[in-house]
Design a protein around this ligand. Structure first.
Ligand SMILES: [Zn+2]
Length: 109
């Protein structure tokens, strides 16, 4: 059986991917996952307050292991709810570019 290949960003301490098995069921093959990054510049979303020590806002990359389509996702959330926002990385990049363009409108010339 072929070895499982991990994306370059996959952190084996967080990876839950397993080799596909003939009798696999949905969700059984897990996800490649990056190490989580704490997003410290967002203090709250609505009523949810983030605290770097008690309730950090975390982001990580995830990609379903074969046989699922290897779409890389950007997941943002808390320890309890790690997928408050889950976007394919192409959509996440487009959204971030839009926000950066908006923020850059305030640049001092
Ligand atoms: Zn992996």
């Amino acid at each position: 059986m072929a070895e499982l290949e991990h994306p370059s960003w996959c952190d084996l301490a967080h990876c839950t991917a397993t080799r596909p098995r003939p009798e696999y069921r949905a969700g059984e093959t897990g996800y490649h996952r990056s190490a989580p990054v704490t997003v410290e510049q967002i203090p709250n979303v609505g009523d949810v307050v983030f605290d770097p020590e008690l309730n950090p806002l975390l982001a990580h990359l995830a990609q379903p292991a074969p046989p699922w389509e290897p779409v890389t996702l950007l997941n943002i959330g808390t320890v309890v709810e790690p997928h408050l926002l889950s976007l394919p990385i192409t959509r996440a990049r487009a959204a971030l570019r839009q926000l950066v363009a908006l923020a850059d409108a305030d640049k001092v010339m």
